[in-house]
Design a protein around this ligand. Structure first.
Ligand SMILES: Nc1ncnc2c1ncn2[C@@H]1O[C@H](COP(=O)(O)OP(=O)(O)OP(=O)(O)O)[C@@H](O)[C@H]1O
Length: 230
């Protein structure tokens, strides 16, 4: 689903450049639930931005759903993002003046879906995340956990191939974060590929595979041994 070979990325800093990703290889198969960990500045967001077609890489290869990603113009990138990817961010990124259902329906609008159908599909996804009765609430009228559930519903609404989540529980307390993780686990169990950035070991351990990044290279890539309660 996501195949990365010898990926490099540098940022220009004045006359110099900062080499952030230094030849990454990563293969995420369809249906996997993968987390990426690493200290601040190790390149996690840089990688997610490239995987999410929000930024270009400099060298190496990136294949998304079998399609080689070359330097993209914004229009092409937006079409591919809308078709293949759903995003969940730490700060929710909901539109403050739109209700929960309008937020979920927005990516469907960009896909050209008609109003009635959008409303119907958005409501189905709100129901899926347990927020049918909050459909007409503005983000300011929702709790942190509810906002993130709306964001997950929005990410799922276009039926993407992969959900990319950047610190999805970073702004939540532990009980709320557990319910958001449960939701990600549920959608993964239904077959969705999920790729999560996290700083928290206990969040990473709830995924199936932990990739650790240090100074722009992968230093470990391990399956998580799930504890089974006797
Ligand atoms: N647009 C940019 N221009 C220049 N430097 C950048 C840019 N974005 C990130 N960097 C630098 O690249 C390095 C990697 O940043 P990145 O955000 O990928 O790290 P991270 O592992 O996600 O960190 P954090 O956990 O703090 O979010 C950092 O040193 C950062 O300062």
């Amino acid at each position: 689903m996501i195949k990365i070979e010898k990926l490099h990325k540098s940022y220009p800093i004045g006359k110099d450049s900062l080499h952030v990703l230094k030849g990454l290889d990563l293969h995420i198969k369809e249906g996997e639930f993968v987390s990426i960990m690493g200290s601040s500045g190790s390149g996690k967001s840089t990688l997610l931005n490239i995987v999410g077609l929000l930024d270009n890489h400099d060298e190496g290869n990136y294949y998304l759903n079998g399609q080689k990603i070359e330097k993209l113009d914004e229009k092409k990138a937006a079409i591919l993002r809308n078709k293949f990817l759903g995003f969940v961010f730490q700060s929710f990124n909901l539109i403050t003046y739109k209700t929960a259902i309008e937020n979920v329906a927005l990516p469907l609008y960009y896909q050209g879906m008609g109003r009635k159908e959008r409303q119907k599909v958005a409501m189905q996804y709100l129901e899926k995340v347990g927020l049918k009765d909050r459909a007409d609430h503005l983000p300011s009228e929702l709790s942190g956990g509810e906002k993130q559930r709306v964001a997950v519903a929005r990410a799922l609404a276009t039926n993407p191939k992969v959900v990319l989540a950047d610190e999805p529980t970073g702004a939540l307390d532990s009980a709320t974060s557990a319910s958001v993780m449960q939701l990600l686990k549920d959608i993964n169990r239904e077959g969705m590929t999920v790729f999560v950035i996290t700083h928290e070991e206990d969040i990473a351990e709830q995924t199936d595979r932990i990739v650790r990044l240090k100074d722009g290279v992968i230093i470990s890539d391990e399956k998580v041994n799930k504890k089974v309660n006797a």
